[in-house]
Design a protein around this ligand. Structure first.
Ligand code: ZN
Length: 361
């Protein structure tokens, strides 16, 4: 169990995880079933249907993940929660058309499943029973059950094509617009269309007293805002010719330095991470975490070498803020060391963020 998720196994090289809140779905069904005095069989059928439903969601997510793999984009994992599945991609693909294919691959899987079930029913000369009024627990024939799974997949297909973030439809819309008018402007348009749908969801939820739609509406607004802000970041970094040199930490300690020297600069300056050149010419770092520990233990007279750490990411050749930020985010590193003109320099992630926000506002 990591980050509140159970590891269900690794399929096609991608870890499949179940978020703990998923168990709440079963608990809720059980409570409703007991209140309604449903039979054990009825409750089991609903449990079975939930499992089938999430199996369809898993296949949908694998659709995204395997398409992403075609464009050499790795999937970190697939997480299932009561509100749906999420294939966490390592990065966004570089070309809009690739984003389009990855986004449309998920709903296509559901369309395919629905088509497959229709063919099976057709081959067995059974009718497709489309009656939303039938409760799952009363689907007492296999064709009735398959019909429900078919409707479910059609529902997943349509719902995911709603053109609003975080639904796949939002990404499909953005990627198609991006081909013509660039990512920034298409993200703005896609986000506003998302706001429109969110408002429609919320208004309709009050008319129909179906308040889950309000929750979805709020979720859409939050996701649209997130997409807008990350597109603005990216746009800023691409259109401002700034590099790491302007944000580097100047201090360089040597192997003979003492910890109190580092601490005095730590207090006076805004720097939190420091570069140390060892005797053999290689480099190491003193991190803020170490500094705090040394202050707490009052080990001011310690040699710097007693507390030096390996450079988290080695020394990179990346020079643009965007490349540096991407590397730090991917590796969850708070700093990065890059090759400067005469020697390597250290740059902190928070400084890059602060710089971007300062310049944009
Ligand atoms: Zn999807």
């Amino acid at each position: 169990m990591t980050n509140g998720s159970f590891h269900l196994g690794t399929y096609a090289g991608i870890p499949l995880k179940l978020h703990w809140t998923f168990s709440l779905t079963f608990l809720l069904v059980l409570i409703i079933g007991l209140v309604n005095k449903d039979t054990f069989l009825e409750i089991s059928i609903i449990f079975g249907f939930i499992i089938v439903m999430f199996f369809c969601v898993v296949l949908h997510e694998y659709g995204h993940a395997l398409m992403a793999r075609r464009f050499k984009v790795k999937t970190i994992d697939i997480i299932l929660s009561p509100i749906g599945g999420l294939a966490r991609l390592e990065r966004l693909p570089s070309k809009p058309i690739q984003e389009f294919y990855i986004a449309i691959a998920g709903p296509s899987v559901n369309a395919l499943l629905a088509g497959l079930i229709a063919i099976i029913l057709f081959a067995a000369s059974k009718p497709i029973i489309i009656d939303m009024g039938i409760p799952v627990s009363e689907a007492n024939s296999w064709e009735g059950y398959l019909s429900l799974v078919l409707i479910l997949n059609l529902g997943l297909f349509v719902f995911n094509l709603i053109p609003a973030f975080p639904m796949d439809g939002g990404r499909i819309l953005r990627s198609l617009l991006s081909i013509k008018i660039g990512k920034m402007r298409s993200t703005i348009i896609a986000a506003y269309i998302g706001y429109f749908f969110a408002a429609a969801f919320i208004i309709y939820s009050f008319i129909s007293h179906n308040y889950i739609l309000s929750a979805i509406g709020l979720f859409v607004i939050i996701m649209a805002r997130g997409e807008l802000s990350s597109a603005k970041h990216e746009h800023f970094l691409q259109h401002n010719d700034v590099n790491l040199t302007g944000l580097k930490n100047e201090h360089l300690f040597t192997s003979t330095s003492k910890m109190y020297e580092v601490i005095s600069i730590y207090h006076d300056d805004k720097d939190k991470y420091f570069l140390v050149q060892k005797e053999d010419g290689s480099y190491g770092a003193i991190t803020e975490k170490t500094i705090k520990k040394v202050i707490k233990a009052q080990q001011f007279n310690d040699d710097i070498l007693d507390h030096i750490e390996e450079l988290a990411l080695g020394i990179t050749v990346e020079r643009t803020l965007q490349q540096a930020l991407t590397i730090m985010e991917q590796n969850k590193s708070p700093y990065l060391v890059f090759h400067g003109e005469e020697r390597p320099y250290l740059v902190e992630k928070v400084k890059i963020f602060r710089f971007m926000h300062g310049r944009r506002s």
